[in-house]
Design a protein around this ligand. Structure first.
Ligand code: ADE
Ligand code: ZN
Ligand code: ZN
Length: 276
């Protein structure tokens, strides 16, 4: 997702934290003078493209996604993530660090930032799929309502932020800048749509306590939605303008994935931070 997607996921989760998790998260965030999860939600996207000697972490670029070809039904670690450097393997690792009361506060804060971010990314369908080596749709250039964003519009960016921008009127500014209050408003709108039954159903795969298998489930859901909707709803003729029809089919799925990511992020944090 782009910065609005990540902030929305963080805001949905923030409202659903237990008092204990709330307190523990606030204490970690305070180390960097932050107050709420949305303030750190996009941090991992600001360090990947910065060279190591300038303080960046280029080795983390692959942590945001997993390329599962659409010809495959589901994630397989040996095939899709042999080096362990993908979202399915990294997210549970960071959750473990966050839950480790013997880790330093600084380490746990970094882990918190990764968990908030990657819980969002793993729910973005195109972060768990690729077709014809298109890198999650990054290689598929298109126009959206006649606009190509100076050549920068592609299928992946459309899912990360193009449709959110269009449907919720959330325009990202320079250097990932967003209006936090407008993200919160959209999070509140989506949060109000979530029923107790949905919440219960969405966190079911966490019930056994096996975070890794739950993570695989979320990636498989994304992969399946990429096949059926992100790629499946594309018009057959390449180069066609994408607009009203594609938005009508995909925006409800994006809303669902942001909601699920927020609810599940809260569940993960409530468990990981239950020891203070
Ligand atoms: N780069 C390569 N594959 C990608 C994907 N599925 N999502 C985001 N970035 C990618
Ligand atoms: Zn993306
Ligand atoms: Zn990311």
């Amino acid at each position: 997702w782009g910065p609005y997607g990540h902030a929305i996921v963080a805001d949905i989760a923030q409202e659903r934290l237990t008092p204990q998790a709330q307190k523990a998260a606030t204490a970690l965030l305070a180390l960097e003078n932050h107050q709420t999860l949305d303030q750190v939600a996009s941090w991992p996207d600001t360090i990947g493209h910065v060279p190591k000697k300038k303080g960046g972490l280029p080795e983390t670029l692959k942590w945001h996604y997993v390329d599962i070809d659409v010809s495959h039904p589901a994630y397989e670690q040996t095939r899709d993530c042999p080096d362990g450097e993908c979202v399915v393997e990294k997210l549970p690792e960071e959750i473990k660090v966050l839950a480790d009361t013997h880790a330093s506060s600084q380490e746990r804060l970094v882990a918190l930032k990764w968990v908030v971010h990657l819980m969002g990314d793993i729910h973005q369908p195109l972060h768990a799929a690729e077709r014809n080596k298109d890198m999650g749709g990054n290689a598929i250039r298109l126009t959206y309502f006649g606009n190509n964003a100076n050549g920068h519009m592609n299928l992946h960016s459309l899912w990360d932020e193009g449709v959110i921008d269009h449907e919720a009127d959330l325009h990202v500014g320079p250097f990932y800048s967003i209006d936090a209050s407008r993200a919160k408003k959209e999070a509140d709108r989506l949060g109000a749509l979530i029923t107790p039954d949905e919440t219960k159903y969405w966190v079911q795969d966490l019930d056994g306590g096996d975070v890794y298998s739950a993570t695989v489930d979320w990636a498989d859901e994304s992969h399946s939605l990429a096949r059926s909707v992100a790629y499946g709803a594309l018009p057959a003729n390449k180069g066609a303008d994408i607009g009203k029809d594609y938005t009508a089919l995909t925006w409800p799925i994006m809303e669902l994935r942001l909601e699920q990511a927020g609810v599940r992020l809260a569940a993960v944090l409530n468990t990981a931070l239950n020891g203070g």
